[in-house]
Design a protein around this ligand. Structure first.
Ligand code: HEM
Length: 514
């Protein structure tokens, strides 16, 4: 994780400046060698000039702004939103421009654009450097998205009780003290989320193997950290940086040591089933991947499981940690939450039907996501063909488009007292308790935690089930508070567009006293 003053930032910036010089030289050669390219260049400049810029517009100034943006973009995005709400504006990146779009009408237009014009895959790939950190097959053939939608999301009801089982085991390992005890919140929550997610991904007994869980968490942290280092550069430089700071090949090799024997065993079971024997087929993500038959080698299947761990564990744990911190900061909400959890679990047991009825828990998590969030910009799209908004503004090919999620989530046009933590604000509009549009997984142009449109997070239903079950368990089994000198809201660290809770944050916990 980076701090904004990290020497690593300066090192990377220096490396980047060398890269930029080389890149500019190559670009100048390209532009001068072709008058057609030069005409295109002028056309692009004219289109870009029509989009207001936040920060300096001259050459040197925009480089300085771009370097400043490496440390964090939330400030500049908020400034742009204050000045140009509902109008596209741009901020400089080292090699490119990010066009920030707000307002329901324009966001609908982004949402409706075809993938070959505004590409979510290429936007995410450029910012998370998936091809370099996870491999080209994962970046270019994301069939695991389909497995999430067709298998995982349909089986959440049957998965819920086994995930709950995993959560109660993991929670009793990380939080066991009868007395008040400081706990490093992110580390503890990551262990619990990792146990629950791996129960879905690889099943028992691997989901309880501490070496596998630790390996998976470290893989997710390393990949994100490598992506953060590489994202500021274009493909040529990031390929070099990624090769210096990632060891994907050796990490996949290590993961195969855990998963290889299981995959071989699963293949034997499938052979027995094919020969007519009645067998109990495992029902987890690993099996669903194998069943597609799209990838067959141990390495390929293992890499898919790793990408699932990467996509799910870190962000689910980080946002849940913010909610746990908010609960420790406001222990007065424990009682109403306990009352709700006790009532629905008495009626429905620890089932999906119960989590679906935990409206206050849901609202508490949604409010924490609104105020927290993993990124200052969401709905990242790369412009593959010039894109024209209905107001006539053209976003040229090659730029990025995104939505200012944090700024929108703090806008008083959409939220009453937007900076206040109001954990039950989404319960109140559910007059009959059934307005699903208020739920944490609902999508709207003024609530972008999971994105918007056809590329919105497909894993949000599983994330919500896991987060609600963990928070409900914490509420019903533990007391929480903060140290007297702790800040009222969770500290975060920022790098570029990414925001994460401070990993050193502690909360005080003990087993429920009454
Ligand atoms: C609280 C936890 C989570 C948050 C806040 C979150 C947020 C997001 C966001 C903002 C996007 C981009 C949406 C867009 O571009 O419009 C996304 C995409 C994605 N998420 Fe999540 N996510 C979470 C958990 C998960 C989990 C648990 C999984 C897997 C089970 C998952 C799998 C994915 C995948 C595969 C995509 C790419 C979708 C696409 O490009 O079509 N996420 N997520």
């Amino acid at each position: 994780m980076f701090s904004s003053s990290s020497p690593e930032v300066y090192l990377l910036v220096s490396a980047g400046l060398v890269g930029i010089t080389v890149q500019l030289f190559l670009q100048s050669q390209r532009v001068s060698s072709s008058s057609r390219r030069s005409a295109r260049h002028h056309d692009v400049i004219a289109k870009l000039n029509a989009i207001p810029t936040v920060g300096s517009t001259n050459w040197g100034g925009s480089w300085r702004s771009a370097i400043k943006n490496i440390r964090g973009t939330s400030g500049v995005v908020q400034e742009g939103y204050n000045r140009y709400k509902n109008v596209p504006f741009k901020i400089p990146l080292l090699y490119n421009w990010m066009v920030v779009v707000s307002g329901a009408k324009l966001l609908e237009e982004v949402k409706a654009a075809p993938d070959d014009q505004l590409s979510a895959a290429e936007g995410t790939n450029d910012f998370l450097k998936i091809a370099f950190t996870m491999g080209h097959r994962v970046a270019n053939e994301p069939y695991h998205f389909v497995v999430i939608k067709t298998q995982l999301n349909r089986k959440l009801s049957s998965l819920c009780p086994i995930v709950e089982d995993e959560i109660s085991v993991a929670l009793s390992e990380v939080f066991s003290s009868q007395e008040w005890k400081p706990v490093v919140a992110l580390e503890a929550i990551q262990k619990v989320v990792s146990g629950a997610s791996n129960r879905i991904f690889v099943g028992l007994p691997l989901c309880r193997n501490p070496d596998w869980l630790e390996f998976g968490l470290q893989f997710a942290v390393d990949s994100l950290s490598a992506a953060r280092r590489a994202f500021i550069f274009d493909d040529i430089i990031s390929r070099i940086i990624a090769s210096l700071v990632t060891s994907t090949e050796s990490q996949v090799g290590r993961a195969v040591e855990f998963l290889g024997p299981i995959i071989r065993e699963r293949q034997k079971i499938a052979d027995r089933a094919r020969s007519g024997e009645v067998v109990n087929m495992p029902d987890d993500f690993l099996q669903w991947l194998i069943d597609t038959g799209i990838e067959t080698t141990e390495r390929e299947i293992t890499q898919r499981i790793l990408v699932m761990v990467f996509a799910s564990v870190h962000v689910t744990a980080s946002s849940l940690m913010c909610a746990v911190y908010n609960l420790a900061a406001h222990p007065e909400y424990l009682e109403p939450l306990r009352e709700e959890v006790d009532t629905v679990v008495r009626q429905h047991g620890w089932t999906k039907a119960a989590t679906d009825k935990m409206y206050k828990i849901d609202s508490f998590l949604k409010e924490s996501l609104r105020l927290g969030g993993a990124s200052s910009l969401i709905m990242l799209r790369k412009v593959l063909k010039d894109f024209t908004f209905s107001d006539g503004r053209v976003i040229p090919r090659g730029c990025y488009i995104s939505a200012p999620s944090c700024a929108i989530h703090h806008d008083e046009e959409f939220y009453d007292k937007p900076n206040a933590f109001d954990p039950f604000r989404f319960v109140r509009p559910r007059s009959n308790g059934k307005d699903m549009k208020q739920g944490m997984v609902s999508l709207a142009p003024d609530y972008l935690a999971f994105g918007h449109g056809k590329h919105a997070c497909p894993g949000r239903f599983a994330a919500a089930m896991i987060q609600k079950t963990i928070l409900a368990h914490i509420v019903s089994s533990y007391d929480l508070k903060l140290d007297d000198d702790a800040p009222a809201s969770c500290r975060t660290v920022e790098f570029g567009i990414f925001i994460a809770p401070d990993p050193t944050t502690t909360v005080l916990l003990r087993k429920r006293a009454t």
